[in-house]
Design a protein around this ligand. Structure first.
Ligand code: ATP
Ligand code: MG
Ligand code: MG
Length: 547
């Protein structure tokens, strides 16, 4: 078999293990609990947990909860559910907020070393001082404060003596550095806000850059993997690790996973939820893990998708068609075939005895002999798909029309003799003759037909609500446009209130997956009620977008 070549992070890890730099590796997945996980996060999850799994290491789940204002416990729970659903289990559940005391001590350590100072400058003044990448910055007038004064002010910041924005703690590095992150970055800010875990214990909070690398170090993370935009922050993390003399976690950056026809920023997704463009974080059109689950995606299809994409060092946009390919391929192997008619029209077999019924054997999945078969009820009156009949059939229309013959899946060959229309010209009934000797599996009729259509026996049919989804956005990269909400696809949801289904489907449980023959793969939704299921279309049978 062909060995897959190593990605660049695997190469680094293999070298580190070979050289004895580490005996075992520790990675982490560090979400900020300010929204639900999306398919991009799943890339980072598959990578971090996947590496630990491959090399016999471990992975921590760390909630990066340094911002008291945007974080909520609801998100913490949703994130844990999604990671487990994707098939991964963390070693330790950590919270950056658990390190607030240690981080505070680290800040004191820097002040003592003369490497941090308390500044009175506003955010605007600090931005002004920083200058531009081509122009050196200006040192803050408070940069020369004594260690004693800084220790006193920082302690009073913690005690709550100052208002939001009145003071900050800044690192003392280099206002002329070509790396803007090294121009005396802010380490702590004052925020009189309640935190979802620490409550009112703190009114100063560490900045992301002062918490992130240090948390990795505290936990002993060997390979701290993050997305490319943090590459320019790495020199700051390394500076802090060096000056604080703490465990040297090393950061590696890879390209974010971006998917076409959607947005992947929690900020934008939150807007769609708050402004009710979607029904919630798990609206099946959303790119969140919970939405994909509800839509009918499997954990393995998502893992296989990211495995196919691989790990890059340059940002790119991945065709959502590849994700659809992965789930389609899996469901083709695993989903039972059933019959559902989405837009029903009545068909009567005029030579089939009134009141008679029979139960026909139907194979559940031709791709899986183990899936067995089931009994399908058949009778004189059937529902078929409206689009399977044409009053004036086009040349290559191998379905029904006056004089045309088709096979009813798992049943008989029928020929259309006549039909009836209402006053508006809509077809209301189709009349056919069936050929008793053409029964599937024991056909000795000698007839050959080109088309096979699906159907449901009217006397036995149940009904279901069916939800068909299209892409949420009509633009390939909505986040790159001026107004991503202007790119929303107005036809992304089509609800069919009463599709007819074979009786076996009536008791489908939320999460059950099926192939509706000729219509796509569907998954029972949590809105299902006993006897009245609701189905979401996961994906069509074929890629209907590319030709
Ligand atoms: P967003 O902009 O969606 O809020 P984020 O990076 O701010 O993304 P975090 O909760 O901080 O969200 O992300 C947790 C982890 O997941 C981080 O390590 C981050 O790098 C990674 N991550 C987030 N989005 C993606 C993505 N699209 N592809 C790969 N990894 C991602
Ligand atoms: Mg983040
Ligand atoms: Mg974010």
């Amino acid at each position: 078999s062909e060995e897959k070549s190593l990605n660049f992070i695997e190469e680094i890890i293999e070298a580190d293990l070979r050289d004895g730099k580490y005996k075992s590796i520790l990675t982490r997945f560090p979400p900020e609990p300010n929204g639900y996980l999306h398919i991009g996060h799943a890339k980072s999850i598959c990578l971090n947990f996947g590496l630990a799994h491959k090399y016999g290491g471990k992975t921590n789940l760390r909630f990066d909860d340094t911002n008291p204002v945007t974080e909520e416990t609801e998100y913490v729970e949703a994130i844990k559910t999604d990671i487990r659903w994707l098939g991964f289990e963390w070693e330790k559940e950590c919270y950056t907020s658990d390190y607030f005391e240690t981080l505070y001590e680290y800040a004191i350590r820097l002040i003592r070393k003369g490497l941090a100072f308390v500044d009175d400058a506003s955010a605007a003044e600090i931005a002004e001082q920083k200058g531009t990448p081509t122009k050196p910055g200006v040192e803050s007038p408070r940069r020369g404060r004594s260690v004693a004064e800084n220790l006193d002010l920082f302690e009073r910041m913690r005690k709550g003596e100052f208002k939001d924005g009145e003071k900050v703690l800044r690192a003392k590095i280099d206002m002329a550095s070509s790396n803007m992150h090294l121009r005396d970055p802010v380490l702590y800010r004052i925020k009189h806000a309640s935190h979802h875990r620490t409550g009112d214990a703190w009114c100063i909070y560490p900045m992301y850059d002062f918490a992130h690398g240090q948390s990795d170090s505290i936990e002993g993370v060997t390979h701290s993997i993050c997305t490319l935009e943090f590459a320019t922050h790495r020199p700051l993390y390394d500076w802090l690790i060096e000056k604080l003399e703490i465990f040297p976690s090393r950061q590696y950056e890879f390209a974010r996973g971006n998917l076409s026809y959607t947005v992947m920023s929690k900020r934008m997704l939150l807007q769609l939820v708050r402004e009710k463009y979607v029904s919630g974080w798990d609206d099946p059109r959303m790119p969140t893990v919970s939405a994909l689950r509800r839509r009918g995606y499997t954990p393995s299809s998502i893992r296989s998708f990211w495995d196919k994409v691989g790990i890059q060092k340059r940002d790119n946009l991945i065709d959502v068609g590849l994700l659809e390919f992965c789930i389609r391929e899996e469901l083709n192997r695993t989903a039972n075939r059933v019959m559902a008619v989405l837009e029903p029209v009545k068909l009567v077999l005029t030579n089939y005895p009134e009141g008679q019924e029979e139960w026909l054997e139907s194979e559940n999945n031709p791709e899986d002999p183990e899936a067995g078969s089931r009994k399908l009820p058949f009778g004189r009156t059937l529902w078929i798909e409206r689009e399977d009949f044409m009053e004036n059939p086009a040349k290559k229309f191998f379905r029904l029309g006056p004089g045309l013959a088709v096979r009813l899946k798992s049943a008989y060959i029928i020929r259309c003799d006549d039909f009836k229309k209402d006053a508006e010209g809509n077809i209301t009934e189709i009349y056919c003759t069936y050929y008793p000797e053409s029964r599937s599996g024991q056909d000795n009729s000698g007839f050959k037909v080109k088309g096979t259509i699906h159907w449901v026996s009217a006397a036995h049919a149940c009904t279901a609500e069916v939800r068909l989804y299209d892409r949420l956005f009509s633009t390939e990269d909505p986040a790159a446009t001026e107004d991503f909400k202007a790119c929303l696809n107005p036809d992304s949801l089509q609800v069919i209130p009463e599709a007819v289904i074979e009786p076996a489907l009536a008791e489908a449980q939320p999460g059950d997956r099926f192939q509706f023959m000729r219509k796509g793969y569907f998954c029972a939704d949590r809105d299902s009620a006993p006897g009245k299921p609701v189905f979401n279309r996961t994906v069509t049978l074929k890629d209907t977008w590319s030709k």
